[in-house]
Ligand binder design. Structure first.
Ligand code: BT5
Length: 322
């Protein structure tokens, strides 16, 4: 579908009803093209009334995270200055990675309504039906390669703040999950290209179960318990507002990491997580480690106190005993 932003701005200029012929003249298009544009806008979620003899009137805005709406409301200096938007894509991560080698791609965002091959870590599946927030952010960070492992924590803080503006009480779970009452509501993925001392690019993928049916997703995941924002609240939320908040929060925490260092980010992350001090089971490939989550290290690894001493867990999944 073509972007309807120019036609939309003409419609917005009108206080009341505007006739088809007048719109056609202003837009320099035919009357049947006006009708096509109205249809496209409705498909994007705008409410447009049409009255015989009067014409058309815009009566309701979209709540989809479309780029032309984000451009009107987004207060950032680099994140989301360039947005690529797709109705359907294999994975926003793949497209973002293909854009990331361009030197001016810092802050580019790829957003999709649905993904056909959304992915998690270690090539696991990420189910991404319509109604969620599925996006990737390209960063070309000027931080040392060693600190790149902190980007999921920066992102976790941004997702946490965004979800909790809805009134929910989400928590951060090491290493990359956002949970509500022990059920996953959002996940974060990091793809990087780096040399020994220099990061070429990082692409952060974020999936938030926003207005989706969590039980339908769960049923496709062998019954794993997951949740969604709309399911928790009992009503849908504006994905446009949440995406705007998410992108602004990512930029804010990213700048904070660059200016104040990773220590601050980790402190903030620990405050928003409730795993420290809890019994955990770490699953790494086929290995299981049991102990108590003692701390998160300066590089983002998890320190687990076991009966045989402290173990430094760099990657894996954890199950927490609440
Ligand atoms: C993650 O991986 O949690 C990272 C998810 C990142 C998704 C975003 S969406 C935009 C961007 N484009 C992509 O292609 N990906 C990113 P991980 O920790 O490995 O969790 C994966 C596991 O979560 C799966 O094995 C399932 O058990 C579960 N899962 C799959 N879909 C889910 C969903 N929608 N909600 C909750 N859990 C899900």
């Amino acid at each position: 579908m073509p972007w309807p932003d120019v036609f939309l701005s003409l419609l917005r200029l009108e206080a009341g009803y505007v006739s088809g012929p007048r719109l056609a003249k202003k837009a320099g298009i035919s009357r049947s093209a006006v009708w096509k544009h109205i249809k496209i806008l409705r498909r994007y979620g705008y409410a447009i009334q049409s009255r015989h003899g009067l014409g058309y009137k815009l009566v309701g805005q979209t709540d989809l995270p479309v780029p032309w709406e984000l451009a009107r409301v987004l207060h950032t200096s680099f994140v989301g200055k360039h947005i690529v938007y797709r109705e359907t894509i294999d994975s926003t991560q793949n497209l973002a990675i293909s854009l990331a080698s361009k030197p001016d791609s810092h802050g580019t965002v790829v957003i999709a309504e649905q993904q056909t091959s959304g992915r998690g870590r270690q090539d696991r599946k990420w189910l991404s039906p319509r109604g969620g927030i599925w996006l990737s952010v390209v960063l070309r960070p000027s931080i040392p390669t060693a600190k790149i492992t902190l980007l999921p924590f920066v992102t976790g803080l941004a997702v946490y703040d965004t979800i909790n503006t809805t009134g929910l009480d989400a928590r951060l779970k090491w290493p990359n999950d956002v949970i509500i009452s022990d059920k996953k509501v959002a996940g974060i993925l990091l793809d990087i290209s780096a040399q020994a001392d220099q990061v070429n690019y990082a692409v952060i993928g974020i999936g938030i179960n926003t207005n989706v049916d969590a039980s339908a997703i769960s049923a496709r995941l062998d019954g794993i318990k997951i949740t969604s924002i709309s399911g928790e609240l009992g009503h849908t939320v504006s994905r446009l507002d949440l995406t705007r908040s998410l992108l602004e929060n990512i930029e804010r925490y990213y700048v904070e990491m660059e200016q104040r260092g990773v220590g601050t980010i980790l402190q903030e992350w620990k405050k928003r997580s409730d795993i420290l001090g809890r019994k955990v089971t770490v699953v790494q490939n086929n290995k299981m480690i049991q102990g108590v989550a003692a701390d998160v290290n300066y590089d983002g690894s998890l320190l687990v106190q076991t009966d045989h001493g402290v173990i430094n867990v760099v990657s894996g999944d954890i199950h927490v005993s609440y």
